[in-house]
Design a protein around this ligand. Structure first.
Ligand code: NAP
Length: 214
């Protein structure tokens, strides 16, 4: 499968490497392809790098792994015809700048980044997922409690959510993906990042997640 990933930070590179290892065709969309020479070499030529528009055109499925405060301006460069009808897995969070205001939510309560993206690009099927979990766990859930912990997903299209659930299961081995409902539920998962960062600071590692017992 051709996967286009916007953003070449730790998240974009980690997910890109994992998908390339699994045999998928991956393109990372970046402002600066030159800085990814080492990453490209590490993928053994299985991945490529492009502009945001090239990545949008390349991907059969798209992933937003950009800094949340930049996501809207980055996606504005994608080209509407390149996005049309595609699923965009949005795993970004919008926070202030670390260290002091890294737990300040820039969008919250009555709106979310995922909804802003959906409004800006109504032809894309935005599915919010993965944003409550550190990337080392996203790509390898079984490194914690043999995978017995949860990921949340939400979005307006049932079929798109089902497809993303299937992909996260087959790509990374996720077993417990909870569909919270429509995209307004992204307000909850984006606001969760405040406790995630609080736990990160307490434990000193991003290798943790939550489970739900009822
Ligand atoms: N770290 C985690 O474990 C984790 C887990 C779940 C979700 N997330 C979310 O995933 C996203 C990516 O996180 P990250 O840690 O990989 O890196 P990040 O520091 O949030 O940046 C990711 C990428 O965003 C792009 N970017 C940043 N500022 C920009 C600007 N002003 N204009 C245009 N593009 C800009 C850059 O891509 P280029 O330089 O390539 O253009 C950068 O590599 C974030 O929204 C984060 O909240 C992170």
């Amino acid at each position: 499968m051709k996967v286009g990933i916007f953003g070449s930070g730790r998240v974009g590179q980690t997910i890109g490497s994992k998908l390339a290892t699994l045999g998928h065709e991956v393109m990372l969309g970046t402002r600066d392809p030159a800085k990814l020479t080492d990453w490209l070499a590490q993928t053994g030529g299985k991945a490529r790098v492009g502009s945001i528009a090239e990545t949008a055109a390349f991907g059969e499925i798209l992933i937003n792994a950009t800094k949340g405060s930049a996501s809207l301006s980055v996606l504005a460069q994608a080209g509407e015809s390149n996005l049309e009808g595609k699923i965009l897995i949005d795993l970004a969070n919008v926070l202030g700048n670390p260290p002091d205001d890294a737990t300040i939510l820039v969008v919250a309560n009555t709106d979310s980044l995922a909804e802003q993206i959906q409004r800006a690009h109504p032809q894309v099927k935005v599915v919010k997922a993965c944003n409550t979990i550190g990337v080392g766990v996203i790509v390898d859930p079984r490194r914690l409690a043999d995978g017995e912990h949860v990921m949340f997903i939400c979005g307006n299209e049932a079929e798109a959510k089902a497809q993303v659930t299937e992909l996260l299961t087959s790509w990374f081995g996720w077993r417990h993906i909870i569909d919270l409902g429509d995209l307004t539920k992204a307000r909850a998962t984006e606001m969760y990042i405040v406790i995630w960062i609080t736990l990160l600071r307490k434990f000193g590692t991003p290798l943790f997640n939550i489970n739900i017992v009822r």
